[in-house]
Design a protein around this ligand. Structure first.
Ligand code: G3H
Length: 192
C-alpha cells in the first residue's frame, strides 16, 4: 500500500539560537540526523525507490544530502514566512511587537506576520503539493515544522485550524499510510 514519509530538517544553527526563519545550515547534531535518516530509510523502506521532496532552503537539502534518490525542490515547501520577524527569537518578537505576539497567541491559525504569512496562507500554498501527493507513491518530504503540521493535519483528517498545534518533533521520521478508514501513523525517533 501507498505510504508517505515525512521529516523535519535536522537541527539548524537557528534552532540552536532559538531564532525563527532564516536560511541557516545544520548544527553538528542536525548533520548527525542527516546521516541517521539515511540508515532509518534503509532499515524501514528497504529497496524502495523513493523520491525526496525538499524546500528551497539549505537546511532541508543538507538533511537530504546522504539519501541516494531523485530529489525535487519545492518553493511551496518553504517554512512559514515570518516577515519582519524573520531571524528573531520569540522573546525579541514579544519585546519589539507585543501586540502582534498577543494577536498570534489568540488566533495562531489566521494571524499573518507583518510582511509574511499565516498558517492559513501555508495551507493554501500547499494545495498543489497535496494534489501531487494524492497521485504519487513513495515520496519522502523533508521540510519545516509549520509546513509539516499542515500536511500532517490534512492526512490525519484534523481540521486545518488545529494544524498550528500539531506536535511534529525534531529528529523523527514519520510514516503515513493512508487507508480507506483513516491514516495509519508510525513515528520513528532517531537515536542520536
Ligand atoms: O519558525 C517557524 C516554526 O516552525 C513555526 O513555529 O508556528 O509554533 O511559531 P510556530
Amino acid at each position: 500500500p501507498r505510504c508517505i514519509w515525512l521529516s523535519r530538517h535536522g537541527e539548524s544553527i537557528y534552532n540552536v539560537e532559538k531564532k525563527i526563519g532564516g536560511d541557516s545550515l545544520l548544527s553538528e547534531r542536525g548533520l548527525q540526523y542527516a546521516k541517521k535518516l539515511k540508515e532509518m530509510i534503509e532499515e524501514n523502506a528497504p529497496g524502495e525507490d523513493l523520491t525526496v521532496w525538499t524546500s528551497t532552503l539549505k537546511r532541508t537539502q543538507q538533511t537530504a544530502q546522504y539519501l541516494n534518490f531523485k530529489k525535487l525542490q519545492w518553493k511551496a515547501l518553504d517554512e512559514l514566512d515570518a516577515g519582519v520577524c524573520d531571524g528573531m527569537t520569540y522573546e525579541e518578537i514579544e519585546e519589539v511587537y507585543p501586540e502582534d505576539f498577543k494577536a498570534r497567541d489568540e488566533d495562531k491559525y489566521f494571524y499573518r506576520y507583518r510582511g509574511g504569512e499565516s498558517y492559513r496562507d501555508v495551507v493554501i500554498r500547499l494545495e498543489p503539493i497535496i494534489m501531487e501527493l494524492e497521485r504519487r507513491e513513495n515520496i519522502l518530504i523533508i521540510t519545516h515544522q509549520a509546513v509539516l503540521r499542515c500536511i500532517y493535519a490534512y492526512f490525519m483528517n484534523v481540521p486545518q485550524e488545529e494544524s498550528p498545534w500539531m506536535a511534529i518533533p525534531l529528529h523523527t521520521l514519520i510514516k503515513l499510510e493512508p487507508r480507506a478508514y483513516g491514516t495509519k501513523v508510525t513515528k520513528m525517533k532517531a537515536n542520536i
